[in-house]
Unconditional design. Structure first.
Length: 79
């Protein structure tokens, strides 16, 4: 990804109008919920674990739908 909504595929520069993104890549995604309430009541604090949305430098899995449309299926990482 060169930005949250553009990418470079070889020599091909794809912009927002060229790509479709899986919805879960656009916003932080909660993967582990952990809420903590203070002793004696009050507001809970959120200690949940979140995956961050796409950003420049992320490695993604891309599928070509047509000559001009590509879909970003998911973010991929090294183990």
């Amino acid at each position: 990804m060169t930005s949250p909504n553009s990418l470079k595929l070889g020599k091909l520069e794809l912009q927002k109008e060229d790509i479709l993104l899986s919805q879960h890549l656009l916003n932080p995604l909660c993967v582990k919920v952990k809420m903590q309430s203070p002793n004696g009541g009050g507001a809970c604090s959120d200690n949940s674990t979140y995956l961050e949305p796409l950003k420049a430098g992320d490695l993604v899995l891309v599928y070509q739908l047509s000559d001009s449309k590509f879909v970003v299926i998911d973010k991929v990482v090294n183990p």
